[in-house]
Write a protein that binds this ligand. Structure first.
Ligand SMILES: Nc1ncnc2c1ncn2[C@@H]1O[C@H](COP(=O)(O)OP(=O)(O)OP(=O)(O)O)[C@@H](O)[C@H]1O
Length: 255
C-alpha cells in the first residue's frame, strides 16, 4: 500500500454539532488531524466519539458544521472524500450473508478497483488478519473479533489515504491485536493517516502520535501526545480533564 500524503490536514472538523432531541451529543467541535499522524480519540462513555467520527466520515449528517477529508468536504464532495477514506464504523452492519472473502472483494469492486487487484489484496488481507481458514465462512457466522477484522480488511482494500477506525481493537484477541497494530503502524509509516477511538489509554499512548480528549461533545485537549499528556501518563491526564474516579456508594447487597 502506498497512500500519498495529502496537503493540509487529513481530516478537518469545523463547528460540528449533532443533537438527538434535547441531547447535544456533539457541541461545536473543531479538530485538525495532521496528515501522516496516528491520531487517538479518547473520552468517557457517551462523550460523542462515535457521533463525531460518524459525521467526519459521511455516515451521519451534522446539524451544523463541516468535515473535510484530505481537503474534500464530506457532504459537498462525497465522492472525492470517500475515495480518500477507509472507515471501520462502530457496531458494523455488514452484508453478512456473504463470506469473508466475498465481502472484502465486494468492497474493492464497489470502489471501482480492477478485479485482479481486488482478488490479490483480498486474499493478502485475509491472510494477514488470520482469516484465511474462514474465507469461505459466511460473515453472519463470524465471532465479534472476526467480524471486526473482516470489516477492517474492507476498510483497507482500496489503500485509502485516511483511515477512521471506531474501536478497532474491541473484541479482538491479543495476537490479532498485535497484527492490526503492525498493519496500522506500517500504513502510517508509508504516509497514511489513522484516526482511531479507543478506551485503552495504554494502547493510545503506545501507538499514537497525537491525541484528542473529548467529553460532553467538546474537545478538552488535543495535539501531539507529549503535549497533551504533559508530565504524567495519558490516563492521569484523562482523569484530570474528565473528572476523577467516583466512589461507589450503595450496592451493599452485592458485597
Ligand atoms: N442515535 C442516537 N439517538 C439518541 N441519542 C444518541 C444516538 N447516538 C448517540 N446518542 C447519544 O449521544 C451521546 C454521544 O454518544 P456517542 O455514541 O457518540 O458516544 P461515545 O463517546 O462514542 O461513547 P462510547 O465510548 O460509550 O462508545 C450519548 O449521550 C448517546 O446517548
Amino acid at each position: 500500500m502506498t497512500p500519498q500524503q495529502p496537503a493540509g490536514p487529513a481530516l478537518a472538523l469545523r463547528g460540528l454539532v449533532k443533537r438527538f432531541g434535547e441531547k447535544v451529543a456533539v457541541d461545536h467541535l473543531d479538530l485538525d488531524v495532521p496528515a501522516g499522524s496516528f491520531y487517538g480519540v479518547v473520552g468517557p462513555n457517551g462523550a460523542g466519539k462515535t457521533t463525531t467520527l460518524s459525521m467526519a466520515t459521511g455516515l451521519l449528517r451534522p446539524d451544523a458544521g463541516h468535515a473535510a477529508v484530505a481537503g474534500a468536504d464530506v457532504w459537498a464532495d462525497p465522492v472525492a472524500a470517500k475515495r480518500a477514506l477507509g472507515v471501520l464504523p462502530d457496531g458494523v452492519r455488514l452484508f453478512d450473508r456473504l463470506s469473508g472473502l466475498e465481502l472484502v472483494r465486494y468492497s474493492g469492486l464497489l470502489r471501482g478497483m480492477p478485479r485482479a487487484v481486488v482478488e490479490e489484496r483480498s486474499r493478502e488481507l485475509l491472510d494477514a488478519l488470520g482469516l484465511t481458514d474462514a474465507a469461505h465462512t459466511l460473515v453472519v457466522d463470524y465471532s465479534a473479533g472476526m467480524t471486526k477484522k473482516v470489516a477492517l480488511a474492507c476498510a483497507l482494500v482500496h489503500a485509502p489515504r485516511v483511515l477512521v477506525l471506531d474501536e478497532p481493537f474491541e473484541a479482538v484477541d491479543p495476537v490479532s491485536g498485535a497484527t492490526i497494530r503492525a498493519i496500522l503502524t506500517g500504513y502510517v509509516g508509508g504516509g497514511g493517516t489513522v484516526v482511531l477511538s479507543s478506551h485503552v489509554m495504554d494502547l493510545v499512548e503506545r501507538l499514537c502520535t497525537h491525541v484528542a480528549v473529548i467529553a460532553g461533545g467538546r474537545v478538552l485537549a488535543a495535539g501531539d501526545l507529549a503535549t497533551v499528556r504533559g508530565q504524567g501518563t495519558l490516563e492521569q491526564r484523562f482523569v484530570d480533564l474528565v473528572g476523577g474516579t467516583r466512589d461507589v456508594t450503595g450496592l451493599d447487597w452485592l458485597r
